[in-house]
Design a protein around this ligand. Structure first.
Ligand code: APR
Length: 248
């Protein structure tokens, strides 16, 4: 593993543009469970709860079963060594952009300044009638589903299954993926599209793809140059430390 940490640090150090694509795995050490795999949300809750059809049909049920729990977990989560590691890479000028599938805001909290929230943000809700926005922390949870002053139902500003990725995020992410020299792919099962296409675009445009995950993914054999198998917190802390050492 030490060998691979040094290799990753060297690849990052030699690269002009480095970007990261992150998924739920990077927030696991902050107490937010992943979606898939052991202990994942979809083991307990039917994934149809994350679909726009289900939300339109029965917003009360979706708020009750899924959104309420997300709010409780995200409210108390703070960045872990993984988020901090990526912020340290930016601080020494070695990471430009984080494309994240997460909606928890932890990359920004850790200090990364250019974060593309590919699946939206849980920090905000908007009214389905009048579109007025409200910070999630200010939402009155005493009534489910929460409602705006106009009587409309609030929904999180996230991308449900069955919805489009916001155009500007998709266009910019594709561009960044095609221009980078190294893409770090951290804690994503890489099965949800179009996010999972970003490493493919990067690879086809000549970038090195470095995966950090606890297990193999569909990218590992075909797309990734190598996999650093371990927890994102430890691995990113070690890579940042190696780069900081060389930076002095
Ligand atoms: N460190 C690194 N990787 C980890 C860790 C950890 N501590 N814990 C888990 N993982 C890995 C798992 O091995 C898995 O590959 O993180 C990945 C999590 O996968 P998913 O739960 O599928 O998360 P993600 O890829 O972000 O899901 C994509 O699916 O449900 C939707 O919209 C949701 O954005 C989400 C999208």
């Amino acid at each position: 593993m030490e060998e691979l940490i040094r290799r990753a640090a060297k690849d990052i150090s030699d690269a002009g543009k480095v970007v990261a694509l992150t998924g739920a795995g990077i927030s696991v050490e902050s107490g937010i469970p992943p979606f898939r795999g052991k202990g994942g949300v979809w083991e307990r809750i039917d994934p149809e709860y994350a679909s726009i059809e289900k939300f339109m049909q029965d917003p009360e049920d979706v708020w009750d079963v899924l959104i309420r729990e997300m709010k409780e977990l995200i409210d108390k989560a703070i960045p872990n060594e993984g988020h901090k590691g990526l912020a340290r890479l930016e601080a020494i000028g070695k990471l430009q952009t984080v494309i994240t599938q997460n909606v928890d805001g932890l990359h920004q909290m850790a200090g990364n300044t250019d974060v593309i929230e590919f699946h939206g943000t849980f920090a905000w809700q908007y009214c389905m009638e009048c579109r007025k926005r409200c910070e999630t922390s200010r939402i009155d949870m005493s009534r489910i589903p929460p409602r705006c002053g106009c009587g409309g139902i609030y929904r999180p500003d996230v991308v449900f299954f069955g919805e489009m990725i916001p155009q500007q995020h998709l266009i910019r992410s594709r561009q960044i993926a095609s221009e980078c020299d190294v893409m770090l792919v951290v804690g994503t099962s890489a099965v949800v599209h179009p996010a999972a296409m970003m490493p493919v675009i990067a690879k086809h445009n000549g970038a090195k793809v470095i995966e950090i995950n606890m297990e193999h993914t569909p990218l590992t054999r075909e797309i990734s140059d190598y996999l650093l198998m371990g927890r994102a917190g430890q691995v990113l802390n070690d890579i940042a430390a190696e780069l900081e050492k060389n930076d002095k």
